[in-house]
Design a binder for this molecule. Sequence first.
Ligand code: SF4
Length: 639
Amino acid sequence: MLVAGDIVGGGCRIRFDHSGPALAWLAWTSNLRARHLHWIFGDQALFVRRGVFTDLGGFPDLPIMEDLEMSRRLHQRGRLVVLPATSTASARRFVEQGTLRMLVLMQYFKALYFLGIDPEKIRTRYLAARRRPQHAHPRVPHDRRTVGRPDAGSTRPTARSAGMRLGGTRPLRLLRRLERATRPIDPEFVAALARRWAELPAGVKTPAQLLGRHAVGCEGTHGVFPQCDLACTPCYHSREANRVRIDGPHTVAGVDAQMGLLRRLRGPRAHAQLIGGEVTLLDPDDHAEALLAMHRHGREPMSMTHGDIDEDYLRRLALDPDGRPRLTRLSFAGHFDSLMFGRRGIARPGCEADLNPYRQRFVDMFTRLRREHGIRFFLAHNMTVTPANLGQVAGVVRDASAMGFGMLSFQPAAFLGDARRWHEDYRDTTSEQVWTEIQGGAGTTLDSTVFQNGDLRCNRTAYGFWVGPHWHPLADGDDPRDLAARDAFFRYYGQVNFTGSPVPVLVAKLVRVAARHPRVVPIAVAWASRAVRRAGGLRAVARHRIRPMTFVMHSFMDAADVTPAWELTQRGQTSDDPRLRATQDRLAACHYAMAHPDTGTLVPACVQHSMLDPQENIKLRRLLPITPTRTTRHASPSS
Ligand code: SF4
């Protein structure tokens, strides 16, 4: 088995030297977890290829959970296997102290770890637990190498033994905290969904609608880091704004205020874009501080960049001065298209394919960061489409899909922002044409009506995954059984907030809903079986990895329509003109909001760019005086 070159390590099946239903369940779930989640702990005789071990710099320097972290890093490097051999662990402590209590504590310590609690703090709790007097076996670990996983077997003392020393009331307290952390429904989130649903125009309240039923929409910042060092023809930022000074304190204060208002008006959880200039012109510390501020307000941030950055910048953003991760996950959208001028090494791209080395370099930087520091990432690829590059969209889809992006997003250019940047007749490119091109690259029809974000004239989205060279939808719009499964998802899981939940916590929430509504289980199993069958069966799925991929098209509206439509909406009037009426409907169903803490209002991004940016840019020029903008800190992709 180990001859296969892509296998980087693995372990054995575990069993305990005592029998009993709880221990059998623990062994079974541990083996299942090793096989499917690839979390292999020390008591499963974790092994690793020497070269990969050296490459990774040995075991992660963590005070606890280092074997869990090690297996996660190994899984990112290649395949982990569970050998057809058995490792026998002692159940002595379970038998002495109560197996069920131990099971709960094991999950608690793991949940703390996945919730991002500092491992040092987890270890402190573990050591504090050790000092409890109820244990009959006083031998305890003395250094970090003997701590390891929270549910390790007899090979070394673990948090299992720690938990057993806990006092009578503490387990109850721990249980309550675990229960709270995995509670599926947050009433505040449910109320935010209800408000969002009530605001939507009747025309978009379809069975496919995500707004108000599972999400409140996307959010973006404005005016917080308004400088850029590329020149893009259809950009919606003004040229003046691009010349103002970058100022870290202004950025962090602005982000904090805008996110605070979004938190109040849009509820406790949402995705938000750190946008409004080139984010990587910020000092890495200011950039990190802005992301942390967004997290503090319950926002899952995505940094929007042109991607022309150095690896050193990324490391300084993600790691603190001591080289420890200060962010466990990064989400970035890299905007790459041939309408952007001034990129290092390719000041004027000849065509979209010329940018492929730059796209790949961008992804590779994150891959290395994950490999070396365990920082997870999600990457989107953005592209503006005009008549000049419309015919190259399919090629970009094909090329970028193979690079490691999880989302490909396309924006047909619109007449909003600075008129001096309008160089083509953007109306010659229709949304229909762009979507047809995207489908050409995906090699299949993309049904954007199965799940809907706001108004379909603004947003088209197709969720799915690649298996080998074929893309498959998450739900097939032509299959009534899939549509019924989607409806069941909204009914039972719609109000469960997925945003920002670590995977184990999310899984626990889903399991709790399933336990309460067991009828979802056969629906989910049948849906998953159909999805696997469509993807070519289990063998095809096992041979090629599943690579999630979402296709998005966001069509901004022209300022000429947005301005009168918004003014009418503000006056509480509805236009008789069908075009303005349609614009008003789209604005009312807007999926992309920006916050104005000074007035306490939210506006659609179209309104921000069409109507509010010019005034805001004048103020910004006063606040942050114009300075020379072009910097020379970049290097070419080959460097
Ligand atoms: S920003 Fe404009 S185009 Fe985008 S969703 Fe909102 S109203 Fe629609």
